[in-house]
Design a protein around this ligand. Structure first.
Ligand code: NAP
Length: 347
């Protein structure tokens, strides 16, 4: 065994492949194992991505004593169950967003994390990128004065398939949980930094949206008010293609970020523009030679002994979950599985 962290991936879907590719560029970790619902899929993923141990169940992967850290890349509705099981197996955890369907479920996850004393981070990769830190630094140093308005969107459109992960009610489809959490966590961060903190939650939130035939939010917009009289426009959806940009407006100018969520897509340089009133606009270039998901794996490794990562702390995740609950409440979005259960389901 090498001195690098041995990772195991639960699931063999789209983001699992992207993360496995990123892990190859990490300085601190390597892929040891993959767990899937089927042996064939585990074997194919292992062969393609260099995992030497391929398991036909997620439980079998958790039973492998050599796996130190797991990446949970399953559909949203499986995150709580497998985070709790991974914690009980003594594994450190990077769990895809959203870490839970609602804040009550997230409390159960954090109880397990604390009980078993393992690392946990909700996988917001954009938080690990230097572009995000640069934007926060500009806000902190008042490069555009006092922050007044934040405008953040993340949405996309997919061909309509009511059984797909993005639209099915039983897989907690819809925009808010899938990508609305990006504008929320960004606004919570920017408003937090403007208030001298790492993040804050809205003091008020109003929203309208459209629930489709499966009862999930196909598109929706929220307006949130933060401490310091900051107002944010947040939008998301899985049935509308918007400009997925971030704009921050202050008393002395604005910052426009064309690629806030996947800066430079995967690696290379990314750019954003600072417009100060009465001055020529300035393009800021951020060089990032590493794969976006290698940065995330390395952020986990750097903070494993502290059990949480400052890029996306446990409190930050709880603030995100509570804000998503409020947004969903405004548009009447309750999943069928939540109607029958008030506590997290561990299958
Ligand atoms: N951070 C990011 O950039 C990013 C990007 C995309 C998605 N995500 C998050 O990652 C998670 C997975 O998204 P994805 O796009 O990778 O999904 P996906 O392609 O559908 O893959 C999900 C995987 O989960 C497993 N699975 C277990 N039960 C399932 C079920 N009932 N239906 C479908 N799959 C099931 C499957 O693997 P096996 O068959 O091998 O068990 C499947 O390949 C989501 O929570 C999403 O929010 C994050």
């Amino acid at each position: 065994m090498s001195s690098k962290i041995n990772w195991g991936i639960l699931g063999t879907g789209k983001i699992a492949k992207t993360f496995a590719t990123g892990l190859k560029g990490s300085s601190t970790g390597e892929l040891l194992a993959v767990g899937s619902r089927t042996q064939d899929s585990a074997n194919a993923f292992g062969a393609e991505n260099g995992a030497s141990r391929c398991y036909a169940s997620y439980a079998a992967l958790l039973a492998d004593r050599d796996v130190e850290c797991v990446y949970i890349s399953l559909p949203h509705t499986y995150h709580v169950e497998w985070s709790i099981k991974a914690a009980a197996a003594g594994k450190h955890i990077l769990c895809e967003k959203p870490m839970a369907l609602n804040h009550v479920e997230a409390i159960a996850v954090f109880d397990a994390i604390k009980k078993h004393d393992v690392f946990f981070m909700e996988a917001f990769m954009y938080r690990c990128h230097p572009q995000t830190r640069k934007i926060a630094e500009l806000v902190r140093t008042k490069a555009i004065g006092d922050i007044r308005v934040i405008d953040a969107a993340f949405s996309f459109t997919v061909p309509y398939d009511p059984r797909s992960r993005l639209l099915a009610n039983d897989l907690a489809g819809g925009g808010i949980l899938d990508v609305g959490c990006y504008p929320i966590t960004m606004a919570n961060k920017i408003a937090g930094v403007a208030n001298g903190m790492e993040f804050v939650e809205p003091i008020d939130l109003k929203a309208l949206g459209h629930l489709g035939k499966t009862g999930v939010d196909e598109y929706t917009c929220a307006v949130a008010k933060y401490p310091g009289d900051i107002v944010a426009r947040l939008s998301t959806g899985v049935q509308v293609d918007q400009e997925n940009a971030l704009r921050i407006y202050g008393t002395e100018g604005r910052i426009v970020v064309p690629t806030p969520w996947k800066p430079s897509e995967i690696c290379g340089s990314s750019h954003f523009v600072v417009h100060r009133l009465g001055e020529q606009s300035q393009t800021i270039t951020i060089e990032n030679p590493k794969h976006l998901y290698a940065l995330e794996a390395d952020a986990v490794a750097a903070n494993i002994s502290r059990r949480e990562c400052p890029f996306m702390s446990w409190g930050d995740s709880m603030a995100n979950l509570r804000t998503m609950d409020r947004w969903r409440n405004e548009i009447g979005l309750v999943y069928d599985i939540e109607k029958s259960n008030s506590t997290p389901k561990v299958r």
